[in-house]
Design a binder for this molecule. Structure first.
Ligand code: UDP
Ligand code: MG
Length: 315
């Protein structure tokens, strides 16, 4: 029988670990699917690690991967994929916003032969108006630039072993999981799900982290912002041509262009365009710098194996 791995990144989710285990067990045992759970504890500062240990002690199907510090959700997902041993691997949040029932629907799709099953949000769940609007704004920009519908896609996905291998073989430091799973291709389908309210604890997103997330992912996925610079340069060039022609015409008509203010305005405009452009280029250079350092995406400090207790072996 095939094995389903469920990867769950967890950052300060002490209240949720046992609930996740219970819910997933209820749903997957009910559907007669054999599974394993891989919790990736992303440097939580609360009792998440202890919770995972105590669950793993009771159930050999539960594994805990402990990070040495917080490396972010993307890194946690990748670590989970690396430690998952199943024939097919699902990734889901640790707050029950991704309903475990959908795992069964996804699994059935996988049995039909699909290799990438994307969870698509039917709704966005309960969020504050501000959070919804700001998230919506960034997702629209990102969707436009990356040509992937970012607003309704989620990190809730199921991937065949072959796809997991492909994703893990990609060498870049900052992999944007949500978009990369559609970039790799393969037989793809979607499954809709209702986003539930977070069952306990708090969302980890702040406006600042959302902006950073948007920029980092746009930069890691596309070089279109660099083309904006060329376009802006082109516009400035055309503008200055028009201005030159206008001034020459005025000159030959006998009156020179009055122009102290114009000069300053044009200089300010071009100056700020140049600085903005440098900023964008700088952002890419910073990313290149981060990539060439070739630091690991995450550091695993220990592995908690179901029943077997703790080990220090690292992959
Ligand atoms: N998460 C993580 N590392 C982080 C932030 C979040 O592993 O640095 C996990 C978190 O535990 C949860 C999932 O990512 O399982 C989604 O986080 P959250 O619910 O805060 O995001 P939202 O649902 O609001 O987008
Ligand atoms: Mg959430």
């Amino acid at each position: 029988m095939s094995l389903l791995s469920v990867v769950i990144p967890a950052f300060n989710e002490e209240q949720m670990i046992s609930r996740m285990c219970d819910e997933v067990r209820r749903v997957l045992e009910g559907a007669d699917i054999s599974y394993e759970l891989v919790f990736v504890n992303d440097g939580s500062t609360d009792r998440t690690a202890e919770e995972i240990s105590s669950q793993a002690a009771k159930d050999s199907r539960i594994t805990g991967v402990q990070f040495s510090r917080n490396f972010g959700k993307e890194a946690a997902i990748l670590a989970g994929l690396a430690y998952a041993t199943g024939d097919v691997t699902a990734v889901m949040d640790c707050d029950l916003q991704h309903p475990p029932e959908t795992l069964v629907k996804m699994y059935r799709k996988w049995q039909e032969g699909f290799q990438v099953i994307e969870g698509i949000k039917k709704n966005r769940g309960e969020e504050s108006v501000f959070h919804r609007e700001s998230a919506g704004f960034f997702y629209r920009i990102m969707s436009g630039i990356m040509k992937v519908d970012m607003e309704n896609t989620s990190d809730f996905k199921m991937l065949d072993r072959q796809v997991v291998k492909t994703v893990l073989s990609m060498p870049e430091q900052k992999l944007f999981f949500r978009a990369i799973s559609s970039w790799v291709g393969y037989q793809t389908t979607t499954v809709e799900f209702e986003v539930h309210e977070r069952a306990a604890g708090m969302s980890k997103w702040t406006v600042g982290s959302l902006i950073r997330y948007a920029f980092t992912n746009i930069v890691s996925f596309t070089t279109i912002p660099l083309q904006f610079i060329s376009i802006a340069g082109g516009i400035c060039f055309v503008g200055s041509l028009v201005l030159i022609i206008y001034s020459l015409v005025q000159y030959f008509r006998g009156h020179a262009v009055e122009g102290y203010t114009t000069t300053i305005l044009v200089m300010l405009l071009i100056g700020s365009a140049i600085m903005l452009s440098l900023g964008i280029i700088g952002f890419y250079i910073a990313r290149i710098y981060e990539e060439v350092r070739r630091r690991p995406r995450y550091i695993v400090s220990r592995i908690i194996n179901g029943n077997a207790g703790e080990t220090n072996d690292k992959k």
